[in-house]
Design a protein around this ligand. Structure first.
Ligand code: FES
Length: 227
């Protein structure tokens, strides 16, 4: 009698291996466990349940202290700080542009140091003070740096501005009167696609109590004339 062959649809193997049916039974149990885990996590997220639905395994409870306001939520462990800030903490100043720590659009301060929040896990920022541009000043109560940025038209599209302001605030906190080379160096990681660098540098000089070094430039819709 020829040896019994395992058929692809056979419910049981005779050679001690894992049968197809057994495999799917195991996967089903695992999936059911993961689903229950996610369901529980989404329920736990009552702490903050208006964020994106959790899809991945092993969700974790995360606690962030953003601009002095604590926020707790449950999220996938791979959630970046940038995603957490924008999707869980009602903070939209930091922008996702390059998503690889190359442009500075997502700059925030963690422990007072500027970092690219797109490259940091939210978990790694747990319980550490985080400052975004919203925590530096407001329309009603702007930081002197923000006032100078507006005065010098130090932006065009404005997409890089939150990162520039945040990185510059960190610079002025450790060096209240930076030289132009020091300003250039501190902002080397903050790219402005509109090219308003001369105005940004002048704004930083004036905000730190120094005279501007260049005539402000304005290549905006008014044809280059300052209003
Ligand atoms: S989006 Fe993070 S550095 Fe560009």
């Amino acid at each position: 009698m020829p040896p019994e062959k395992n058929h692809p649809r056979d419910g049981g193997r005779k050679d001690g291996g894992v049968s197809r049916r057994r495999f799917f039974q195991t996967v089903g149990v695992t999936a059911a466990g993961t689903a229950a885990e996610l369901q529980q996590a989404n329920a736990d997220a009552a702490v903050r349940d208006d964020g994106p639905k959790i899809l991945g395994p092993n969700p974790v409870r995360t606690r962030l202290n953003v601009n002095g306001r604590p926020t707790e939520f449950v999220a996938e462990p791979a959630t970046t700080l940038l995603e957490a800030l924008r999707e869980r903490c009602d903070v939209t100043g930091p922008k996702e542009v390059c998503d690889r720590a190359a442009c500075g659009g997502c700059t925030v301060l963690v422990d007072g140091e500027p970092i690219a929040s797109c490259m940091m896990l939210a978990l790694d920022a747990t319980d550490r003070p985080i400052t975004t541009v919203e925590g530096i000043g407001s329309v009603e109560n702007p930081d002197p740096l923000q006032t100078a940025m507006a005065e010098f038209d130090a932006m065009q599209c404005g997409f890089c501005t939150p990162g520039v302001v945040t990185a510059t605030r960190a610079l002025l906190d450790r060096n209240p009167k930076p030289s132009l080379p020091e300003i250039r160096s501190a902002l080397a990681g903050n790219l402005c696609r509109c090219g308003t660098y001369p105005n940004i540098f002048n704004a930083v000089l004036v905000a730190s109590g120094q005279p501007p070094v260049d005539e402000p430039t304005d290549r905006g819709a008014n044809g280059g004339e300052r209003a």
